[in-house]
Design a protein around this ligand. Structure first.
Ligand code: ATP
Length: 259
């Protein structure tokens, strides 16, 4: 179980001008700060697929970055199996994989070389590296391009390699920030069925998306976040029932609560 308790995050605004400009449109601005996340509480069951929904700017990426430890919360705690992440940081980082918006992969290397480099960085045994990469190349349908240079790749190809990198070390939790945004239907299908395979292997997946069909297909648990606050947390079926069978209407109603 992954548990977030009272997570808060604020960003310092650059100057009074930025503060005044934002102040008019966003109630999250106070003084020289933008309060991006307020008292976030989440429970995620191991092995489940969890969706994070919310409007643009709701705070999803900020929350996923905190979960991945790329960003530090101002206050609050994350627990994995009731152990504080803060006190077991190295162990926690081994147990998670994170796909962020920027790939962080090397343009001049091939996809294969990138994966080999990161596998070494993650400390995989030399003998295990190529079989693991081969396995992921097949699962993510990358055979036709994996030995080409990364800077020649399409968006979908880059995203597949970035996802493979995030799971090279076989983490127990995978955190994916909008894994299918901007992808064609074929690449999207490969990634969605890869998430299903992760689930079959008992890997927990937490991902953000704007596509409710992905949520209906993959998720057990859903969090709707609006203006930095959790408006709904619970099972997908519960959310669907609240909209009388219409997930879209239900999510929309939670996104409008703080409008
Ligand atoms: N470093 C920062 N400094 C100031 N404000 C920030 C910073 N990072 C994020 N924000 C603000 O925090 C809010 C939440 O951003 P975040 O990227 O988490 O939203 P999101 O829900 O992922 O949106 P989207 O769906 O568009 O990706 C936004 O209003 C954003 O401008």
């Amino acid at each position: 179980m992954l548990r977030l308790c009272n997570i808060n995050k604020r960003f310092a605004l650059k100057d009074a001008k930025q503060s005044n400009a934002l102040c008019a449109s966003d109630s999250r601005v106070s003084g020289r700060f933008f309060y991006a996340l307020k008292d976030i509480n989440m429970h995620c069951q191991s092995g489940q697929v969890v969706a994070l929904l919310g409007a643009n700017g709701a705070g999803k990426t900020t929350l996923l970055r905190i979960l991945s430890t790329a960003l530090k919360a101002d206050s609050g705690e994350i627990y994995i199996h009731e152990q504080s992440v803060e006190e077991n940081l190295a162990q926690y980082r081994k147990s998670i994989g994170f796909l962020s918006g920027s790939t962080g992969l090397y343009a001049r290397l091939t996809g294969f070389e990138n994966l080999k480099y990161f596998a070494q960085l993650y400390g995989l045994q030399t003998a295990d590296i190529e079989p693991r990469i081969d396995f992921l190349v097949k699962q993510l349908a990358m055979t036709s391009f994996i030995h080409r240079r990364f800077d020649d790749y399409s968006t979908g190809m880059k995203q597949k390699v970035a996802i493979a990198r995030a799971v090279l070390h076989q983490p127990k939790w995978v955190i994916l920030d909008e894994p299918t945004t901007g992808l064609d239907i074929k690449a999207r299908e490969v990634i969605l069925s890869f998430i299903e395979k992760l689930k079959q292997q008992g890997v927990g997946v937490i991902f953000s998306t704007h596509d409710l069909s992905e949520v209906e297909r993959l998720c057990e648990q859903v969090f709707v976040i609006d203006q930095g606050q959790v408006q709904f947390s619970g099972e997908l079926q519960q959310l669907v029932a609240q909209g009388n069978g219409n997930l879209y209407q239900s999510v929309l109603s939670y996104m409008e609560q703080s409008a």
